[in-house]
Design a protein around this ligand. Structure first.
Ligand code: ATP
Length: 355
């Protein structure tokens, strides 16, 4: 049965008009604007300060209009203006991070997707509970350093892009560990990383059925992470440390990957479980999400993170990916978002995909 995420009040600004798709000029905005324009929507670029000049270099992805605010924290204050423009906000990772999850959840403008997901995603413990309930394999978590029985990764909360994370080969290596803030200690999973770009449509009634809609796989990438990805060149972490360099995981780019075809059932099973438990826990996640995990040599896929909106790795696939090409031609995640909004409009079902 369909779930209404948005109240009639929330959607009042869209009544009887074609919406404008708005997002913050950063992260995956070129793709979002390009997809929206391809599907015939007007577009609005929200920017901090003057409109970024690089948009002039990409005429097919430049928004029709810009709206500037002094800082990201000021975005909620232009809500009335956005409503009067008939805007729907399309969130992306940087949008939520810059505005802050709490403030973003309160913005009084229709947002694509279910904003209730923010409370589950922005808190590492809650995210783990969600994945636990979904029955998804995850890296083991150690409550105390004394429990450690193998290599671990220590993650500070809110360490964006993995900055400040570090690895320890064993318990002894953490003997002198003095935390500088809240953290978790996780099993360091040895294997190959995959960042899988899924899309859940509650409106679709065909394809790979999950919940009351269907699940699509639109692409896959691996992140280039400085400086850990260069670790092999120095031989071992100790060598880096001896050189006075702490390994970090700061994302600097993305490369396309595909999964062994025989592992696709596993990927879909994990993603479907995450969607199904989201429906039970908070009315369901809508639209793009990314399952981030490590395939071990025993072909077990351990999920270390989910991102519940469009991820920057999808920027690789503006004209399609080896997966989205098998769904529809030239289908980016940005375009898929616009298509979903278009369908919601046409079928009078926007309340199921906006909040
Ligand atoms: P972001 O928000 O940018 O996704 P983050 O700060 O939430 O980053 P994670 O995504 O949890 O951090 O991890 C950052 C990187 O650390 C991953 O991309 C991966 O390379 C590595 N990593 C995280 N957890 C593990 C693990 N348990 N085992 C091995 N590597 C891991």
């Amino acid at each position: 049965m369909a779930v209404a995420l948005a109240s009639t009040d929330r959607l009042a600004s869209l009544a009887g008009r074609r919406p404008t798709l708005a997002t913050l000029c950063s992260h995956s905005s070129l793709q979002i604007f390009h997809g929206a324009r391809t599907e015939g929507f007007a577009t609005l670029g929200l920017c901090i300060g003057a409109p970024p000049r690089f948009y002039d270099a990409f005429p097919l992805a430049r928004p029709d209009r810009f709206l500037s605010v002094p800082t990201a924290k000021d975005l909620p204050s232009v809500a009335e203006r956005l409503r009067s423009d008939g805007a729907i906000i399309v969130p992306h990772g940087s949008f939520v991070e810059y505005v802050g999850a709490d403030r973003f959840a309160e913005i009084d403008v229709p947002v694509f997707g279910n904003r209730a997901v923010l409370a589950w995603e922005s808190d590492r413990r809650k995210e783990r509970d969600w994945l636990d309930i979904a029955g998804v394999p995850m890296p083991k978590r150690y409550e105390e350093p004394s429990e450690i029985d193998g290599p671990v990764i220590v993650k500070y909360y809110g360490a964006k892009g993995g900055k400040g994370f570090f690895l320890a080969k064993n318990r002894e290596a953490l003997a002198d560990f003095r935390p500088t803030g809240p953290y978790v200690i996780q099993e360091y999973v040895l294997g190959t990383r995959y960042y899988m770009h899924f899309f859940y449509s509650p409106l679709s009634d065909r394809g790979y059925r999950v919940g009351h809609g269907s699940l699509e796989l639109l692409g896959m990438d691996r992140r280039d992470e400085a400086n850990i990805d260069e670790l092999y060149k120095l031989g071992a972490q100790e060598e880096l440390l001896k050189a006075g360099i702490r390994p970090t995981f700061v994302v600097t780019g993305n490369v396309p990957v595909v999964l062994r075809e025989s592992l696709l059932p596993k990927a879909f099973d994990v993603a479907a479980r995450i969607v199904e438990s989201s429906i039970d826990l908070f009315g369901g996640m809508v639209g793009p999400f990314c399952v981030e995990g490590i395939m071990t040599e025993d072909l077990e896929f351990k999920v270390f993170e989910i991102s519940t909106r469009i991820v920057a790795g999808t920027n690789l696939f503006i004209s399609g990916s080896p997966y989205s090409d098998l769904v529809a031609p030239a289908l980016s995640t940005g375009r898929r978002i616009a298509q979903e909004i278009h369908r919601g409009e046409t079928e009078g079902r926007l309340a199921e995909i906006l909040s």
